[in-house]
Ligand binder design. Structure first.
Ligand code: ATP
Ligand code: MG
Length: 148
């Protein structure tokens, strides 16, 4: 895996397998903890949910993680801190997002949002934005940066 500056607030890595995506999640964990919220971006099937699964496993969540596309928010306890997993794919307006009342969860553990770029203006400042793009088969380019 080629990682440039994995511990700085901006960088990119080319991963070649599911396991390497998990390794990158582990390297980015300190940044994600510092941010408190993470936006996962990239096209359908890029690997956003897989990334959340990797983080859940790092936090020690034993419950299976599934995509909250229809329920909009899943919370997992049982790890070292609560993990809240939201998916904005089906949401159509900022008002709908605000209606989820996510701010109350932000103070209580760790928030990961798939498709956060749909409403990037309302992502909390300091959110770590992670963009995953397909390269070939199991390879993905993963870029990250902190929202100012
Ligand atoms: N290096 C990789 N990292 C992540 N996923 C990978 C990788 N290589 C292959 N995959 C596969 O890509 C798919 C990613 O699916 P996943 O549900 O995580 O995508 P998603 O971005 O959440 O899609 P959606 O927009 O529908 O929510 C899985 O089938 C996974 O096995
Ligand atoms: Mg998904």
């Amino acid at each position: 895996m080629a990682i440039d500056n994995a511990v700085t607030s901006e960088g990119s890595a080319l991963v070649h397998s599911l396991d390497e995506t998990g390794e990158l999640a582990s390297k980015l964990l300190p940044l994600m903890r510092q941010a408190g919220s993470v936006s996962l971006e990239g096209p359908l099937g890029a690997g956003k949910t897989h990334f959340v699964k990797a983080v859940a496993s790092l936090l020690g969540v034993s419950e299976p993680v599934s995509s909250p596309t229809f329920t909009l928010l899943h919370s997992y306890s049982g790890g070292e801190c609560p993990l809240h997993h939201s998916d904005w794919y089906r949401l159509e307006s900022e008002e709908e997002v605000l209606g989820l009342g996510l701010e109350e969860y932000l103070d209580d553990g760790f928030m990961m949002i798939e498709w956060g770029d749909k409403f990037s203006q309302i992502l909390p400042p300091g959110t770590l934005r992670i963009r995953i793009t397909h390269q070939s088969d199991n390879s993905r380019l993963i870029n990250w940066a902190v929202k100012s």
